[in-house]
Ligand binder design. Structure first.
Ligand SMILES: [Zn+2]
Ligand SMILES: [Zn+2]
Length: 291
């Protein structure tokens, strides 16, 4: 009889554990005990992610003995290999390594039933490691968090205040590391942080990962969120007939949309022109009367 085998790749597995960790963190809002499962799943996801990076370099690198590839390496060994200048030579900041190693210790305590779950402590640890994982997956494995977690799950996790702070910190780190300018980042329409990157046509928030349409304002040529563009069609002299709008006077404008910087000036200009036209008309009337 054929046995059903569902073999996931290291990468898919890391994503499955990450999603499971996130949903356990949400479940912990109603049941504090769930934090330990959130942490267990999360540390597992870290381990798999580190191994995936090594596997991409060479498939034997995930084994502790490459001459006899049976047992796979621990998180601590994986970190060493990733940092080894002869293997990957990546620099993982000391602070980051400390957090990961601490998370490994917590996992060991949990699995040996020595772990008392304090909500605050678990939340802080979860947030630190979760943000690291989002960063690591995106930066080194080239998989962004929106492709790992369903949108509503990510949104809910970001509502955990500590998690939001950690993710924000990592988002700013990535903006710098990818050679983008934090000064040119826009305020995101979704999360309200200055992490929306328009540079290089990316048009994505590095924090909440929401994308937005960015368009050029036809009036000033500056880039602007499409959602922020305003129509001034109704300020023109128009008639609406059988589903069509007829424009009698466009006051010298075309494409009747403008960015927030332009819109007030344009509305004022149209009004100004309208008043002037009216005075011209009155003068003309006067002239005809006096002839
Ligand atoms: Zn955002
Ligand atoms: Zn404009």
């Amino acid at each position: 009889m054929e046995t059903k085998k569902h073999k996931l790749s290291l990468l898919e597995n890391s994503h499955a554990f990450m999603a499971e960790a996130a949903s356990k963190a949400l479940a912990a809002r109603h049941n504090v005990q769930q934090w330990q499962f959130a942490l267990l799943n999360l540390v597992q996801a870290v381990e798999l992610s580190l191994k995936e990076l090594l596997r991409r370099e060479h498939h034997l690198l995930i084994f502790d003995n490459i001459d006899s590839p049976k047992n796979t390496i621990s998180i601590k060994q994986a970190l060493c290999r990733i940092e080894n200048a002869n293997i990957l030579g990546l620099i993982i900041p000391e602070e980051e390594k400390r957090k990961i190693k601490h998370a490994v210790d917590i996992r060991n305590k949990i699995t040996h039933f020595e772990f008392e779950v304090s909500e605050e402590f678990a939340m802080v640890k979860f947030s630190e490691i979760f943000a690291f994982l989002v960063y690591f997956q995106g930066r080194f494995l080239k998989v962004e968090v929106e492709d790992i977690l369903p949108g509503d799950l990510l949104e809910s996790v970001m509502e955990i205040e500590k998690c939001f702070t950690e993710l924000r910190h990592k988002a700013l780190k990535r903006i710098k590391e990818e050679g983008l300018s934090p000064d040119l980042a826009w305020r995101c329409l979704n999360c309200g942080e200055d992490t929306f990157i328009v540079e290089d046509g990316r048009n994505i928030c590095f924090l909440c990962r929401k994308t937005e349409e960015v368009v050029e304002c036809p009036q000033c040529g500056e880039l602007c969120f499409e959602d922020d563009m305003e129509s001034f069609l109704e300020d023109l002299d128009t008639d609406y007939d059988e589903g069509r709008t007829y424009i009698h006077n466009n006051y010298g404008y075309s494409e009747f949309k403008a960015c927030p910087n332009c819109i007030d000036g344009i509305k004022a200009d149209i009004e100004h022109q309208r008043v002037n036209d009216y005075y011209d008309f009155m003068e003309m009337q006067e002239w005809h009367r006096n002839r």
